[in-house]
Design a protein around this ligand. Structure first.
Ligand code: ADP
Ligand code: ADP
Ligand code: MG
Length: 503
């Protein structure tokens, strides 16, 4: 197969830039697509060529498969990288791309199809003896039979949309008497959100960890894993903080999970980069959840601990090359933590915030990587995912990575918009995170908005006390009061400190 010369990135924001950077290092020309809301976006400025594909809503722009393929033909593009989200897990798109004679930098349409359905995925891995969460193996059609099954599995149970994703399409049922009502809601939600009403039941594991394995496969049947990422700190079943390696896996469990992940990939003749997700209980028993057939948001932590550029490897694979390393060539070096900087307000249920990045100053220095798609003065568009940036810290060990992350969060200056930075700073210092003894219930167990409400640091408390004493003295002596200029310096620096720390 000839080398790729011109790559269209069918995405926006940080991931579009991320992909273009690797392409550029490989001497590949890039084409960006953008919506009218993204005219001035960084991915549009970075690329060699750019085409506007439509108005802001993604179903009129970033999701227009036929239009994107037509642009590829017009511009002589020979490959498409879909990033994550949007068309990345759309089997029809992958098929159409290939039929148009363009290479899809991702797996086969068949693999996307099988793994895009959580039920089909479980059926596909059946012959490989992969541990599954107890539950129904097929879509529920007979509600009384399903209720009986739920009773046998034991409450609480989880009703899940087979086509669900992004933390959506899940309902916890605590008690048997709520079963029918929750079932009705789950089916209609699945139908309206994913166009597919198929739902199934899983035992709800009360306090699991989310640990996933990165895999890479080529067109020649070789598959390797690149160890794990732990993504247990979540809100709304969606990740906010990820790290590699996990603080709790033993070499034996790591090896067993790696082999299970390779088998899941084998079950769908996988090629490209993919992620096999598991939930893990207190005894480190692991259960297969689903496979994501694309580059994952949190892929940088794996890149930092393995030294592998995953996007480059995806491109090499799409060019038909055999994997450039074997399992024995891979090893974990150091530790990496990623925090997702979302335009969300942690003191208001993590609801998305909108507005302008009035101040936007990135952290720098040893062991810090920032993947973002914004600059100071830009607006966060309401049409897309509210993620501003991914901040990654890496070090020789977990403590160094954690200390670097704290230092970087303190250096990060964002004003004009609420972000998850203060929440992430809180997590870095929390005893449960520090010790590694945490699970997907971290936010429910430990987080309340008041932990972010302007903590008064000791130094300022002392300063305030000293000032009070001084004022009293001055009053007593009826001498000149403190000048207003002095006061404004004090309050100004206090405000600045608070903004820097918790913005
Ligand atoms: P990751 O799975 O890469 O760790 P997320 O779960 O946050 O990260 O999902 C990545 C992106 O893909 C997000 O923008 C999310 O909204 C989107 N996404 C994932 N699955 C779906 C889906 N089935 N439908 C719509 N969007 C999805
Ligand atoms: P999505 O496609 O939305 O990513 P997943 O099946 O990967 O759906 O689940 C997302 C998150 O929901 C998991 O990381 C975990 O926190 C929670 N979850 C999923 N299944 C279970 C379960 N059976 N028990 C407890 N938590 C679960
Ligand atoms: Mg998932």
């Amino acid at each position: 197969m000839p080398a790729i010369e011109k790559l269209l990135v069918a995405n926006r924001g940080e991931i579009a830039l991320r992909v273009m950077r690797s392409a550029r290092e490989m001497g590949i020309k890039t084409v960006a697509i953008y919506s009218e809301a993204d005219r001035n976006a960084l991915h549009v400025r970075y690329t060699d060529e750019a085409v506007c594909v439509g108005p802001p809503p993604s179903n009129q722009s970033y999701l227009l498969a036929d239009k994107i393929i037509a642009e590829c033909k017009r511009l002589g593009v020979d490959a498409i990288h879909p990033g994550y989200g949007f068309l990345s897990e759309n089997a029809d798109f992958a098929r159409k791309v290939t039929e148009a004679g363009i290479r899809f930098v991702g797996p086969s349409p068949e693999a996307i199809e099988v793994m895009g359905s959580k039920l089909a995925a479980k059926q596909a891995v059946a012959e490989y003896d992969i541990p599954l969460v107890p539950g129904t193996a097929e879509a529920i059609t007979d509600i009384p039979a399903a209720k009986k099954m739920a009773g046998e599995i034991g409450y609480p149970i989880l009703i899940k949309a087979s086509a669900g994703g992004g933390g959506k399409g899940m309902r916890i049922v605590e008690r048997e008497e709520d079963f029918e009502e929750q079932m009705d809601r789950a089916v209609s939600e699945a139908q309206s959100a994913f166009g597919d009403g198929a739902v199934f039941i899983e035992k709800f594991i009360t306090s699991p960890r989310h640990i996933e394995i990165q895999v890479l496969g080529d067109h020649h049947g070789n598959i390797v894993h690149l160890f794990e990422r732990e993504c247990s700190v979540q809100r709304r079943h969606q990740k906010v903080i990820e790290e590699a390696p996990s603080a709790v896996l033993t070499p034996e469990v790591r090896k067993a999970m790696g082999e299970a992940a390779i088998n899941v990939a084998r079950a769908c003749s996988y090629y490209g980069a993919g992620t096999v997700e598991f939930i893990v209980d207190h005894q480190l028993n692991f259960y297969f959840l689903e496979m994501n057939t694309r580059l994952q948001v949190e892929h940088p932590v794996t890149e930092q601990i393995t030294g592998v550029d995953l996007v480059k490897e995806m491109i090499h694979i799409a060019q038909g090359e055999p994997l450039r390393f074997g399992q024995e060539d891979l090893e974990i070096q150091g530790h990496a933590i990623e925090v997702r900087v979302y335009a969300e307000d942690p003191t208001n249920n993590f609801l998305p915030d909108i507005g302008k990045l009035q101040t936007y100053i990135r952290p720098q220095g040893p062991g810090i990587r920032v993947d973002d798609g914004f600059e100071q003065g830009m607006d966060i568009p309401i049409y897309y995912d509210p993620m501003i940036a991914k901040l990654v810290a890496f070090g020789d060990n977990r403590d160094e990575a954690r200390e670097r992350m704290k230092r970087a969060i303190d250096e990060y200056e964002i004003t004009g918009i609420a972000t998850t930075l203060g929440f992430c700073r809180f997590v870095m210092d929390h005893e449960a995170f520090v010790s590694g003894n945490f699970d997907t219930k971290f936010v429910e167990k430990y987080f309340t908005p008041d932990v972010l409400k302007a903590p008064v640091p000791e130094a300022i408390e002392h300063l305030a006390a000293a000032l009070a004493v001084q004022l009293l003295e001055e009053k007593k002596q009826a001498s000149a009061p403190t000048t207003s200029a002095d006061q404004s310096v004090t309050s100004g620096s206090m405000k600045n400190w608070k903004q820097r720390r918790w913005a």
